[in-house]
Design a protein around this ligand. Structure first.
Ligand code: DCP
Length: 128
């Protein structure tokens, strides 16, 4: 079983979204940034590594958000609550980043990557 981990980074009642640049099917859609957990790595440290690479920031990682989502054969996607501890996010590997309120997140639900859209209400709940 492979795991992909994604960050629900929250600051002052807003969630950080990152816009995918590839592949074509999801380019332009928004996701929780993250990536694949490597062998021997914890989920939390994989997320810290991926977020440092993708957004050039350091995060602290907390509890899971929502239920894991099955991505395909033997791949699960997990979201973890997270917050910034150093730096300001830069889209190093995405097209853009943005901070959204719960209301804004609901309004753009159709622009989320399909797997992440499953967590819509969990994410809105995090934003209070
Ligand atoms: N994924 C997702 N929702 C997220 C993050 C990832 O549905 N919030 C999916 C997209 C891919 C898989 O998980 O199918 C892996 O995500 P990556 O962004 O790591 O995919 P890459 O293809 O960029 O990985 P790599 O470039 O390392 O091969």
């Amino acid at each position: 079983m492979k795991t992909v981990v994604a960050a629900a980074i929250v600051r002052e009642g807003r969630l950080l979204l990152a816009q995918r640049s590839y592949p074509e099917e999801v380019a332009g859609l928004w996701e929780l940034p993250g990536g694949k957990v490597e062998d021997g790595e914890s989920i939390a440290s994989a997320l810290q590594r991926e977020i440092a690479e993708e957004l050039t920031v350091r995060i602290e990682v907390g509890e899971p958000v929502g239920e894991p989502v099955t991505l395909g054969d033997n791949v699960i996607l997990v979201a973890l609550h997270a917050w910034l501890v150093d730096g300001e996010p830069v889209a190093a590997e995405h097209s853009a980043v943005m901070w959204v309120t719960g209301e804004q997140l609901r309004a753009m639900a159709v622009d989320l990557v399909p797997a992440d859209a499953v967590w819509l209400e969990d994410l809105v709940g995090l934003l209070g």
